[in-house]
Design a protein around this ligand. Structure first.
Ligand code: PEP
Length: 252
């Protein structure tokens, strides 16, 4: 049995004070009875410290939304794996579609970041997903499985087991248009078969596959009930403690 993973991606919302308040509200609402679910919140870099303090000792983990692959250097505006680790992060989101779309992040860079995150001892959540145009052109499999294989290139089995993959169809992110449970399960099942074929049953059966894209309290339980969906990566609905708590409950 895979342990569900529910992560909140706060994107570029909340200053440090607001983020600390949201984290404390999440602790109050999610803290009790989250059972066998791993819960992570990923605020902006500037709020990692404040949120880390609010989460200390609660069992809710802290994650970053991105990082560079180098540990230090002349990379103005970037933040290293080591830097996020020292704020208390144990997770990091990599290859989010907004990074790919607005910051031209490539599969090759995602792979470099993934290797650096693993070297640093962080648990990466690697995002993949097709655009609406690619879906309508019948290219889901080629795009999504291509992203998966490019991201995972050169990793050992032990490393693969530390990763979670988030399938996030780009057309469902922040649009209110969720993939139906059947649409999501179809792609999750393709990803798991691809993992089985390339890395064996041990990796395929253990690796957690999250769904992301307009997950809300109203649709979470049905999505999470699918055989190959092991929790979610939540954007908009993670910015309110009550909706995030309800989504965590749906994964219990
Ligand atoms: C996300 O940012 O990863 C996401 C899934 O956003 P939303 O839930 O708002 O669609």
């Amino acid at each position: 049995m895979r342990r569900p993973l529910v992560a909140g991606n706060w994107k570029m919302y909340k200053n440090a004070q607001q983020a600390g308040e949201l984290a404390r509200a999440i602790v109050a609402q999610v803290g009790q009875g989250r059972g066998a679910v791993d819960v992570v919140v990923c605020p902006p870099f500037t709020s990692l410290q404040a949120v880390g303090e609010a989460l200390a000792g609660t069992g809710i983990a802290l994650g970053a939304q991105n990082m560079h692959w180098e540990n230090e250097g002349a990379f103005t505006g970037e933040v290293s794996p080591e830097m996020i680790l020292t704020t208390g992060c144990t997770y990091v989101i990599l290859g989010h579609s907004e990074r790919r779309q607005y910051f031209a992040e490539t599969d090759e860079q995602v792979n470099r970041k993934l290797k650096a995150a693993l070297r640093a001892g962080l648990a990466p959540i690697v995002c993949v997903g097709e655009t609406l145009e690619q879906r309508e052109a019948g290219r889901i499999e080629d795009v999504v499985l291509g992203q998966v294989q490019a991201a995972l290139q050169g990793l050992s089995e032990a490393e693969l087991l530390k990763i979670a993959l988030a399938y996030e169809p780009v057309w469902a992110i922040g649009t209110g248009r969720t993939a139906t449970p059947a649409q999501a399960e179809e792609v999750h099942s393709l990803i798991r078969s691809c993992l089985r074929q390339h890395y064996g049953a041990g990796v395929a059966d253990a690796l957690r596959l999250q769904y992301g894209g307009s997950v809300k309290p109203e649709n979470a339980a049905e999505l999470f009930a699918q055989q190959n969906i092991d929790g979610g990566l939540i954007g908009g609905a993670a910015l309110k403690a009550d909706s995030f708590a309800a989504i965590v409950k749906a994964a219990c």
